[in-house]
Design a protein around this ligand. Structure first.
Ligand SMILES: [Zn+2]
Ligand SMILES: [Zn+2]
Length: 259
């Protein structure tokens, strides 16, 4: 099939190494570039390994000496502001949310939802909580604000696993992410000139979201989000095919050129 062969040629921006929570060394990541084009993009901040921008610049230096394209997965809503100097030095910056702080200062962590979306657990244990319209709405509004700051203040280039979280894990994303909200999130990305990631690990965003993004003129980015060995991008290929995304709209290892 043409699409499954061609998706293998798309650049995979979202790959972890043992510099954050991945299992593979930078040297071994550099070898698998021969299998298909990819970069590395470890979590920032990450405990004692990538705790500040000096660590990020050392990581960039070491990985780029090995011939890798180098980004970070910037933890939106949690990471300290990213300096323009570090941002420019990196080949690209993925911004992604792994938790959200609500207007009453409580935190919603995405670990359970993420494990569910990855198929590692069978049930979302706290699903009932997220059926509450008010809570869902507060999560959605806060998400838009956090993404806006990531674009305007920190200059992220890619929105990683947009919609990953408990609302996606409820199993009906068109209900829990109303079309109007999706269009506002996509609008932020299009206006900011940043790409929307098609994420293999979580299988997000869902088809209708990708179709809306396409219709609104978005650009896209492939992200396997692997922490282990490189695997075929089967889910990604199917997501691209189902939403009829044009491969000419995908990033290729460098940040988008902004007008
Ligand atoms: Zn992530
Ligand atoms: Zn990741």
């Amino acid at each position: 099939m043409v699409w499954s062969r061609s998706v293998g040629a798309l650049f995979d921006h979202h790959i972890h190494s043992d510099r954050s929570d991945g299992t593979v060394s930078l040297a071994d990541r550099a070898k698998s570039v021969a299998v298909r084009p990819h970069g590395v993009s470890d979590h920032y901040p990450w405990r004692d390994k990538l705790k500040d921008e000096d660590d990020v610049l050392r990581y960039l230096d070491e990985a780029s000496r090995l011939g890798l394209r180098v980004g970070i997965e910037y933890d939106l809503g949690v990471a300290p502001p990213l300096s323009a100097r570090t941002r420019e030095a990196l080949h690209y910056v993925i911004g992604a949310m792994h938790q959200v702080q609500l207007d009453d200062d409580t935190w919603i962590r995405y670990d359970n939802a993420g494990a569910f979306l990855k198929g590692r657990v069978k049930e979302l244990s706290d699903a009932a909580k997220y059926m509450d319209d008010d809570l869902a709405s507060r999560i959605r509004e806060r998400t838009l604000e956090v993404v806006r700051v990531g674009i305007e203040r920190d200059g992220i280039d890619i929105l990683g696993h947009a919609t990953m979280g408990p609302l996606a894990a409820l199993g009906d994303p068109e209900r829990f992410y109303p079309a109007e909200w999706q269009e506002r999130l996509i609008g932020l990305c299009v206006k900011g000139g940043i790409a929307i990631e098609v994420n293999e690990a979580y299988g997000v965003p869902h088809r209708e979201f990708l179709e809306r993004a396409k219709a609104l003129g978005a650009t896209f980015s492939v992200g396997s989000d692997t922490h282990f060995d490189l695997k075929p991008l089967d889910k990604t290929a199917e997501m691209i095919r189902a939403a009829s995304l044009d491969e000419g709209r995908f990033l290729a290892g460098a940040r988008p050129v902004r007008g």
